[in-house]
Unconditional design. Sequence first.
Length: 258
Amino acid sequence: MATTQFIDTKEAVASMLDTLERLSTSPPSLYIDLEGVYLSRHGSISIFQLHVLPTSQTYLIDIHTLGSDAFSTPGTQGHTLKDILESETTPKVIFDVRNDSDALFGHYQINLRGMQDLQLMELATSPARKQYLRGLSKCIEWDLGLGRSEVAEWKRVKENGLRLFAPERGGSYEVFNVRPLSEEIRLYCSQDVAFLPRLWAHYDRKLTPLFRESVQSATRDRVAVSQTATYNGKGKHMALAPDIWSGGVPDTFKGQWF
C-alpha cells in the first residue's frame, strides 16, 4: 500500500532525492502528475506528485512554498529534480504530458525528456482507432479491473476533491495553495498517481516495438509543441487524437497491434 509524504523544505527535497538514486528503469520507477491554479505557463504549479514504484512511496512536493528550490536543490550525489526530469535515460511516466510540460517549461525552464505518456499508450493499444482521446478517469475505471469497493473508494476521493477545487462545482483551484493541505486534497493528489504504474503495465504489455517507437515520438512531439509560443492547452482540440492515429490505422502499422 502506498504511503504519502509532504515535501515542503529544501532538506526534505534533498532527502527525497537520495531515495531516488539507482532505481530500476524497467519497469519505470517514477510516475508523476501536477496540480495547480489553471495549470499552465499562465497559471501556477501548486503540487508536484511523484510516485516511486519500488518503494510504493508517493511524494507531494510543495511547489507553492518551495518554488524553484524544489527543482534546484541537490541530493548528496549532486542530482536535482530538474536533472531527473530532463534525463533521457531516466524514464518518467505521466498521463497527458502537454499542460504539465507547458507549466514546467514556462515557469522553471524544465525541458522534459525520457517521458512515457500513458494517454498515448492507451490510444496505441486500442484496436479500434478513435477520433477522441480517453481521459485518465475512464482509463482507471475501465482498464484496471478494480473491484466494486475499490471503484467506490476511488470515486469518493475523486468527488471530495472536485467539490473543493472545481469551479463548476462551486470550488476554487486555490485550495491547492492552502496550507496545511486539507485531507481531502491530500488524498485527491496522491490517489491517481498511485494508479499510474498499473496502467503502464496494462498498456505496455500490449505495445509492439513499432508502436512503442511511435508513442515515444508522439510524446516528444507533445513536449515540443507545449513549449511553443502559440501553445494553447485549453479547448476542444485537446481531446482530439493525433492525426496519425485518428481515422483508421496507418498502413505502416497494420498487423502490428499485438
